[in-house]
Write a protein that binds this ligand. Sequence first.
Ligand SMILES: [Zn+2]
Length: 222
Amino acid sequence: MPRTSDLTVFITSGDSRCDECREDLSRHAWIKLEGDHRALCLACADLDHLVFLPRGDAALTRRARKHSRLSAVVVKWSRARKRYERQGLLVEDDALATAEAESEADAATRAARRERAQVRRLELDQAYVARFAARIRELYPHCPADREIAIAEHACRKYSGRVGRTRAAQDLEQDAVRLAVIAHIRHAQTPYDDLLLQGWDRHEARAQVRDAVDAVLRDWAA
Ligand SMILES: [Zn+2]
C-alpha cells in the first residue's frame, strides 16, 4: 500500500487562527502548517478523524504507524530545550485497534489500552453528544441506524479539545450539523481519503467527490 511520509502537527503555544475557516483557535490548538506559513485547524486539514496515541509505547507506536495509511507526528515547542519535542502520533482508528490487538499478549499494553479508552470516554460530554445525535436524526431521518451517534461523538471530540467548540456547534445550528455529516460522508462513503493519499489537492479532491456526497445527503434527508 503506498503511503505518504508522516505529516507534522504542531501544538501551538499562543493563540492562533485557522487561515481557511478563520476560526479563532484556543491556546494549545493543534494545527498543520501549509505553504506560505498558512496555519490550518485539524478539521480544515482533514486530519480530525485521526486518534491520538501519546508517546511512550515504542512497539505499539511502530505497529499503529505501519497499519495507518495516514499518520501525523505531533510536536510541541519546548522553551527550555529550544526545540520541538515529539508528543505522540495521530493515526487512523482502525490502525490503532489492529496495533493494540497485535500487542494484546503484553499485560502492560492491555492496561495502557484500557486507560486510553477511559480517557477518550471522559473527553466526551455525553449530554452534548446526545443532543448533537438527536439533531442529526432530526435533519437526516434516513441516516443509517446509530450512525448519528458515531458522527456526534466524533464532532464532540473534535469540538471539545483540539479545535475548540465553536458557537455554531454549541447551538447545534443546521450548518454546523451539516458540516459534521458531510465530513463523515466524505471519509466513510467516498474515495476522498484515497485521493488525498494519492497526492490530490484537498480542494480538488473535495470537488471530485461533491456529487457523491450530495447524493448521500439527499438520501438521508429525504
Ligand atoms: Zn479551519
